[in-house]
Design a protein around this ligand. Structure first.
Ligand code: CO
Length: 151
């Protein structure tokens, strides 16, 4: 009992000093096109990643108001609701409902030639949970969606 407690304390110390488990930022690149498509249908993030950095590039030419893309992560069960509520949220809000707790991470909306990114900790993710990424620009999520897997 006593030995276990000592080990637990030691682990805490090491973890807080950063020496126990090194941070691992896992980078993901994804592109959106003028054809209203993501270039990936699936993103897999390994269990040992402590953070995920998603970089979204709009490889098209159309402006954001006409063919805007963002990258929005939610549980698969929540994705449709996030997209529906995003429609009414407006362009200035990146088509994300204010305070939408179903949204795990999102980038702003960009247009052709632009790049944006978002970084979030994997501590907000659960292994084995089904996640979906979408673009919440009105009318886009039916085509612009994919599976996000962690673990
Ligand atoms: Co889009």
């Amino acid at each position: 009992m006593k030995a276990t407690r000592t080990i637990a304390c030691l682990s805490l110390l090491l973890a807080s000093s950063g020496a126990f488990a090194a941070d691992k930022v896992c980078k993901v690149d994804i592109a959106g096109t003028d054809q209203m498509q993501f270039d990936k249908k699936e993103i897999a993030v390994a269990a040992d990643c402590t953070e995920v950095e998603v970089t979204l590039k709009h490889t098209g030419k159309l402006p954001a108001q006409a063919m805007g893309h963002n990258w929005v992560l939610a549980k698969s069960a929540d994705a449709q609701g996030v997209a529906n509520d995003g429609m009414g949220a407006g362009f200035a809000s990146d088509h994300i409902k204010k305070g939408d707790t179903r949204v795990i991470a999102y980038t702003k909306i960009i247009g052709g030639g632009q790049t944006t990114s978002v970084k979030f900790p994997t501590s907000v993710l659960k292994k084995g949970e089904a996640y979906t990424f979408i673009c919440t620009f009105p009318g886009h999520s039916a085509l612009m969606k994919g599976a996000f897997k962690f673990g």
